[in-house]
Design a protein. Sequence first.
Length: 85
Amino acid sequence: MKVRVPKGACDTHMHFYDEKRPGAPGTFLPGHFTVKEYREVQKRLGLERVIVVQANAYRDDNAVALDAMKELGKSAKGVRWSSRP
């Protein structure tokens, strides 16, 4: 069965992880998930846009999310996690 999604379909919640960037003390990194791997999923599902959500394992270090959004280009927007009120 082939999934059909509307033009402009958006993945509303995606985390990226980089094994080269350690998580904050006491947190767990579930693996290494790259933009290249995500692009394959995006293509298979027919998704054109994505909301990159800051993984709380990185706490206030937004570098992985920002790098992913930069690589994804204009089709990506982001939400950051902050421990500050």
